[in-house]
Design a protein around this ligand. Structure first.
Ligand SMILES: NC(=O)c1ccc[n+]([C@@H]2O[C@H](COP(=O)([O-])OP(=O)(O)OC[C@H]3O[C@@H](n4cnc5c(N)ncnc54)[C@H](OP(=O)(O)O)[C@@H]3O)[C@@H](O)[C@H]2O)c1
Length: 407
């Protein structure tokens, strides 16, 4: 069994996909790759969408964001060693048997980073896919291509600021001093402001376009992190008459046919971070050295930004083991996810940490406000974030997490 691993595999019966926990062969790292034993996996919408639409077929293993320990390295690897705990990204479902809903997976040495000491593995697992998407959407020449050197002269509208991608986009844009306008539900207004948004509006407000234009009549850049049947069209109406760019999260640019005439539409595909050809549905992206270098720059810098508190990871709701993936997927389908990410923990926490976390949760649960907002599986996150805020007095953005209002 040494060369096999447990994985959650898509099996089709009567044309319908279902999950099956199976022993399958362990993947072998290519020269630039790391073999990683996974401890935490963050769920992304693509995991659910690809499974539900049967995009990858029988034998696929989903899961893209993960944290784990390096167990083996390819012959050209210079940036990581066996035993390192790393935060990585894999395009789950692309190759049969390779994904993060699994005991082991593969990481690219440049599109991964070592887990910073002050960040919990669960929180760190929320970073790679969403932050990578945000970064490429803002700065890739094939997306918005915003000039970072222009700092506060840039204004960007982030449609869907409380989504995982939106929260990382706001924080990255804030790092470069951009003026940031965003939309989300009123319950998340304080959160997006604490991440660096200058102005926030309710996307359901019938006057949302008018309100955005009042605060920024000269809007050039829009990143639509939602990509639904209304978001791109509505957001495009806020773009200045002289013209501007809208980047959508829908790689096939769906729902952009009716954007305003002054809007040039681009699309982000996070997989261009990897130096290889990428297919999405019927479209083929040739390898992009520029996007790969750009993404590698993010992965080089992000550990320090996380350590300093300039970038705060998403809040998490932690579930135990691969058996809970079906519940996590349902939570996504039910539209319940708002400003947090589901994380699956495969390895148990060290008993002493778990004991401390439970104790803190117990004390805090007596507080009425906390009781109201308490999400059971966030106990460890709550403990860690409270502690890190006490011990560090970082000068970065106070991006509010689920527990911020508590002592
Ligand atoms: N092209 C790529 O490479 C790529 C990469 C990553 C993600 N994506 C896609 O990007 C989308 C976002 O991913 P994610 O992980 O960030 O999602 P997510 O965190 O699961 O999104 C949930 C959030 O969406 C917000 N939302 C829902 N409808 C909205 C609307 N009409 N207008 C504004 N906000 C709305 C909700 O805000 P409130 O709770 O405040 O209402 C909620 O916080 C997904 O469709 C995903 O497939 C694409």
């Amino acid at each position: 069994m040494a060369d096999t691993m447990l994985a959650l595999v898509q099996r089709n019966s009567n044309g319908k996909p279902a999950f099956s926990k199976e022993h399958i062969p362990k993947p072998q790292p290519e020269p630039h790759q790391l073999l990683v034993k996974i401890s935490h996996i963050a769920q992304n919408p693509t995991d659910v969408q690809s499974f539900d639409r049967n995009i990858s077929g029988d034998g696929a293993v989903f899961g893209c964001d993960f944290v784990g320990t390096v167990e083996d390295v390819g012959k050209d690897v210079t940036r990581a060693s066996k035993g390192d705990v790393i935060v990585g990204l894999i395009r789950g479902g692309e190759k049969k048997g390779i994904g993060a809903y699994s005991e082991y997976t593969l990481a690219d040495q440049r599109i991964s980073f070592k887990l910073p000491a002050s960040i919990s593995p669960a929180a760190a697992s929320t970073v790679p896919l969403a932050a990578g998407t945000a970064w490429l959407a803002l700065f890739s020449k094939d997306c918005l291509g915003i000039d970072r050197d222009k700092g506060s002269q840039n204004t960007v509208l982030v449609w869907g600021g409380s989504s995982s991608v939106g929260l990382y986009t706001i924080q990255i844009a804030a790092l470069y001093g951009f003026k940031i306008i965003t939309t989300c539900s009123p319950r998340n207004f304080d959160l997006v402001k604490s991440c660096g948004a200058t102005h926030v509006f309710d996307y359901n407000d019938p006057c949302v376009v008018q309100k955005i234009s009042e605060v920024e009549p000269n809007l050039q850049y829009v990143f639509d992190t939602i990509g639904n049947d209304k978001s791109s069209v509505t957001a495009s109406q806020a773009i200045r008459k002289e013209g501007g760019e809208l980047c959508t999260v829908r790689p096939d640019k769906s729902f952009t046919e009716n954007v305003t005439n002054q809007t040039k539409v681009t699309a982000v595909l996070v997989w261009t971070a990897f130096l290889k050809e990428n297919r999405f549905l019927d479209t083929l992206w040739p390898p992009s050295k520029e996007d790969h270098e750009l993404a590698a720059e993010l992965f080089e810098n992000i550990p320090a930004w996380l350590e300093s508190g300039k970038i705060k990871p998403n809040a998490t709701s932690v579930k135990k083991g691969l058996d809970s993936v079906k519940d996590g997927h349902k939570e996504h389908r039910d539209g319940k996810i708002s400003a947090y990410k589901i994380v699956y923990e495969l390895k148990r926490l060290a008993p002493i940490l778990k004991l401390q976390a439970d104790l803190v949760s117990c004390i805090l649960a007596r507080n009425k406000d906390y009781e109201h907002r308490y999400i059971p599986d966030r106990s460890y996150e709550h403990f860690r974030l409270s502690r890190s805020r006490q011990s560090k007095n970082s000068g970065g953005h106070k991006c509010k997490n689920s527990d911020q209002s508590h002592p």
